[in-house]
Design a protein around this ligand. Structure first.
Ligand SMILES: [Zn+2]
Ligand SMILES: [Zn+2]
Length: 155
């Protein structure tokens, strides 16, 4: 059974440990099943669920996101303890958006995945270093200096 996107979103004040436990329970998988599905060591999952670690490396993050059927942003939001909206709302079309301007509300809608005008996949993280975009007032990624606006041929 797939968890619905609404329920899958982290709740306010939810810790990474609680969040992973909850999602895993909703998918009714064991720690071992989750570890196999996510391609990460069961020890890592035990540590996360025991609240012994609040860090996820890129591999654990993408593995867990895929296994639990959630966007990686959800995990970012929990790990960084920021409201989900702060992460997911910053989306834009890398083709149509003019850096420094307010992004169209059609892009920032939580349900939007593709640009309404050109169908390019919307972006909310840096293409180069995959750090979430913190402010659309920036024209370049503060972490690696890549430009947020990009001409992508086949997104
Ligand atoms: Zn577009
Ligand atoms: Zn970057």
């Amino acid at each position: 059974m797939k968890v619905s996107v609404q329920d899958a979103a982290p709740q306010a004040e939810e810790t990474l440990a609680k969040y992973i436990q909850r999602l895993r329970a909703e998918c009714t998988s064991t720690q071992k099943e989750l570890s196999l599905k996510a391609g990460i060591h069961i020890q890592t999952i035990r540590k996360i669920e025991a609240g012994l670690t609040n860090r996820l490396n890129q591999k654990a993050k993408s593995g867990l996101a895929a296994a639990l059927g959630i966007p990686q942003d959800y995990l970012d939001a929990v790990v960084k303890k920021v409201p989900l909206a702060a992460i997911t709302a910053l989306k834009f079309c890398p083709q149509c958006w003019t850096p420094g301007t307010t992004p169209d509300p059609m892009w920032t809608d939580l349900r939007s995945k593709y640009c309404f005008a050109c169908a390019t996949a919307l972006r909310n993280r840096c293409v180069d270093c995959h750090e979430p975009i913190l402010s659309l007032k920036f024209k370049f990624c503060p972490y690696c200096g890549a430009s947020y606006k990009q001409v992508v041929r086949n997104a």
